[in-house]
Design a protein around this ligand. Sequence first.
Ligand SMILES: Cc1cc2nc3c(=O)[nH]c(=O)nc-3n(C[C@H](O)[C@H](O)[C@H](O)COP(=O)(O)OP(=O)(O)OC[C@H]3O[C@@H](n4cnc5c(N)ncnc54)[C@H](O)[C@@H]3O)c2cc1C
Length: 1167
Amino acid sequence: MATLDFLKLALRQKAIATTSSPTQPLSDTQYSAGFDIIVRDSGWATYQDFIIPQLSRLLGPLFNSRSHISVLEIGPGSKSVLGHLPDPLRRKIKRYAAFEPNGLFVARLEEWFRTYDNTPEETESPLPCLAHPPDIRQTPFVLGSGTESGTSDGEEKFNVVLFCHSMYGMKPKHKFIEQALEMLVDGGMVVVFHRDGTLHLDGLVCHQTVSFPTGVVHVADDDEVLDCFAPFVGGFVMQDVDADRALRVEWRKVCRALGRREEAHPDHLLFSAPNIMATFTQHATKLPELTAQVPLREENMAVKNREARLHRPAAVVRPTEVPHVQQCVRWALKHGTSLTVVGGGHSGHCLQPNVVAVDMGAFDQVHIVTAGKAEAEFGIASPAMVVAEAGCKTGDVVGKAMSAGLAVPLGARPSVGGGLWLQGGIGHLARLHGLACDAIIGAVVVHVDTGQVVYVGTVPGQHLPAGAVRSADEGDLLWAINGAGTNFGIVISVTFEAYAAPTYSVQNWVVPLSDKLEARRKLIDFGEYARKLPRNVSADAFLYWNANQLHLGVTRFESSTAELTLMPTPSPSLSPVGTIQRPEDNPKVVLDGVELFDAEMYMSGMHGGHGGGKTSSFKRCLFLKDIGAVDVDDTLVAAIETRPSPLCYLHLLQGGGAVSDIPSRETAFGCRDWDFACVVTGVWSRDQDGTEAARAAVQWVYKVVTDLLPLSSGAYGADLGPDPRDAALAVTAFGPNLPLLARLKHRFDPCNVLAYACPLPQLPRGPKLIILVTGESGVGKDYCADIWVSVLNKDKCLTARAVSISDVTKQEYATVTGADLSRLLQDRAYKEQHRPALTAFFQHQVRQRPGLPEEHFRNVVYGAADVDVLLITGMRDEAPVAVLSHLVPDSRLLDVRVQASDNTRQTRRGFHGGGGNDGDENRDNKDGKDGNNAKSNSIAMDYSPSLVFNSEMFGCEGARDFAVRGLFPFFSKNLQRLGDMVQTVPDFPSPGIDFGHILGISQQPGGLALCTSLLKTLFIHDWDDVHAVACCEAGGFIFASALASHVNVPLALIREAGKLPPPTVSVSKPSSHISSSTSGNSTTEKRIEMGRDVVPRGASVVVVDDVLATGRTLYAVLKLLTEAGIGADRVNVMVVAEFPVHRGRELLRRGGFGKVHVQSLLVFGGA
Ligand SMILES: Cc1cc2nc3c(=O)[nH]c(=O)nc-3n(C[C@H](O)[C@H](O)[C@H](O)COP(=O)(O)OP(=O)(O)OC[C@H]3O[C@@H](n4cnc5c(N)ncnc54)[C@H](O)[C@@H]3O)c2cc1C
């Protein structure tokens, strides 16, 4: 299918060949007719599937972080795409301006704003909350237009400048983007959607870029329609009427020759219309900051992949030392942009349009560490090692290792680089020694969340860069590098375990296949033959078409460090009479590791050897288990039969052996259970790069893998990138390890610096942390919330937002009473006047609908699905965490009580400023009275807030400091590591329960120590003031003992009655959530007891338990402590994990223990 761009070229060529008559630009009517075909009718799918969802996803966070949004749209056409955004986003737009040179469009656009669509239910304006009428200017957006266009007077600024329908006719494009950037308010964004291929914007760095390669335009195969469509695509008409008529006839022919017809659309011509979205912030021009520090790659890029070469990066830098790599990372973090990394340059995604590429080519050293040297350094028997820097290629490593008598199990082509060993690495030694990533025993990495250089595993001292420190997350990072290593940092070097270098014997032979049946029989034979081979032998097959016939080519490799044995002859059915090349025709040759590169069938035999000339290729690879299965074989044969070019082929690489010895979860490379890796390879001749032939080959590869995917055990991640067609493959790439990898990605690359590596799923969206900011009127809740939002956004790379839960009530109140909503929201004095009535109004509502507060809470949380941290002001403050946490069981819910003295509060409420811009007191009066609620802090609360902040004593700096000390710890890596250690076991101990194996933490290496250290450091009080750590058997014993010993505080053991010597105190205890779910009897009562004098009366006690679920155990423990003379005000509780869905806190509160402060390290949403 030709692209629109290709069609444009062809139409222009035809015009030159047909007539010498002068051309003229399209009239408004002609332009509008063509535009409607592309945008409104046939091309609408691109809007539905790409532009609108991308725009909504992108603008959501920006819109939600502001109360007013202003948008400038360049060339909107007759309707703005903004009208298709979700309702809450449209309502945020308060100002809309547009440049639209086409008078017809302007008229229609104005009309559209007046009568939104014709459907009766959509009578509301598309942007219903505009504060002023839309400002639509009938003029083009021109460079330096300043006063003429009325924009560049330095006054007019926008949150968003949107180029939605390509940058038609704007040259040079980057200048237009730069002009748009100057029109942004701080934090604003320029968004460009561009039809066709790539967007060349010299020197500008994008915030992000997303492609939509599968866009298609359907054009009715009708003379009249084509006469509108062709001039629009060509960009002109002829001045002379006769010449124009003649040219249109020719243009129809061109369209019909290039457009594809499909059965499903018999009356239409189809053209490929790939689309790209690029977004830019005010950081877009900051490239010089980086290039002043890090060398640019000067000569032509040696990127092998032709597809990648079509992308024009913002720049390619070539660090020559580790600090350069760190500078790249820090620059990207500072400017909110991403990077790509170039290793061997064999993937299609190592270069991305308008993204800075970091070429690792200067790190090209291979170091050999012999077994003796390694042993001397590490003091234990160590294997020989090969340290390969990130810019090395497979050939460099194999050659250098071989010269030292060593081998590393790498891939089959010498030019492939680090992407291979960081993501897998299937080669001829895989059955014997495993994948390349399995041989990685250490690595040096630049962290992409800090720019720090760290190392993991075994790295010989002389190859450690200056300043490198052992990673605090060593276990996880090395695990991730063993199979998914391109997503977690920029790897500087890896240490391979090396093996003795073997020699190889290789034989190739070819079996012609007469029909599908024979193909299936031979594939079955081949599968069976391969299965019987010993580990040092592997057989690869090639399915390809040659000389009008399907062929099965086989290459058999044998490796040995001793003298090579004679290989078993192939099974007779694999070398029948008629075989074009039999093994005996092509006797085995003995080769070393380097010579081996040229020995396989593709290089030496098939299609005249290496495609018979200069070719480009596109590959995707799936893992197959049962090569003889009918559906698998039929799909393989059908694939070759439908190949779009003669050189396309399928390559089956044998696996099994050492590859499948390793359990799936042991390394990130989770797909282990397969016999063959099937590489689907689309090949075209190099002079067809970027043409229809290349696109057809790529499309064929995706079609074949889509057909094969359900029959496979997963996809090979090494080839996958940000192309949306890779997403479905990527979810199958890591077997059971995908959820953990997603969590680790979030941990190691929170700002998505490596955004274009093999795609990993986003963590489930929704706030991870919800902070209810409570406190009395005038304490400064909104002020504090805003500071905490800015600190979390800036210093933690989190998306945080503050909302007031009472805004809905204010809106409803304003509607009912006619009060001025904007003054209610913003004018303190006005709000104070209305406070009594507002409070009465809310109370009346709640009497009518008792569930209203929960409903409001849910709505506010659901409306913030895009943020990491949600701060809510205007809350009721009656134990909100206990009351509400079950409604948001997947989030951690905290309340922070803000305090200030009565005087300060009175002053703030009386006067406007002073940081006390609270707005939401109609709800948060404890006694629900209102209007005059300057109540004092001394009111006794029957619950303990999670945290307390005194706004008066510490002010703005104090608020910032509070965020760092009080809120950041909830995002600590160690807490996330601890969470990653908890395995979820479905349907255990009974169906319907997802059992979070909290005690399993203690069975993980380092788990108990990590948990102990977190319990110690996150405790909000001082351990010096604690007299005892109390715990109840059995779970509590484990964590409490380790902690008590660590903080040097005695333990108070609580056991089932009858197990401790007298004297004891005891209370009854209903069974816990898990025990009752196994016994089936939730009311079974047991007694628990503790030694009467173990803890002195009035002592301060910390209760430590593994889990807080229903709270029944903790309730009994607290009762027991009371019985022993320890009041609730002297007790704190720390649990390792909380399951809020069971409402344990609420049980404690109702039982009179609301004042006991409860902290949980982890929160889980499971049942
Ligand atoms: C001709 C050919 C032959 C192949 N043969 C084999 C084979 O025999 N066995 C096999 O398993 N696979 C093979 N592959 C697949 C190959 O492993 C992948 O294409 C791999 O991604 C290429 O890595 P690269 O470094 O050459 O490419 P690049 O495009 O440079 O890198 C690939 C990915 O790795 C990332 N990356 C590279 N270096 C680093 C680094 N230092 N730190 C962090 N990220 C980094 C890049 O950003 C990119 O995302 C082959 C591919 C081709 C095209």
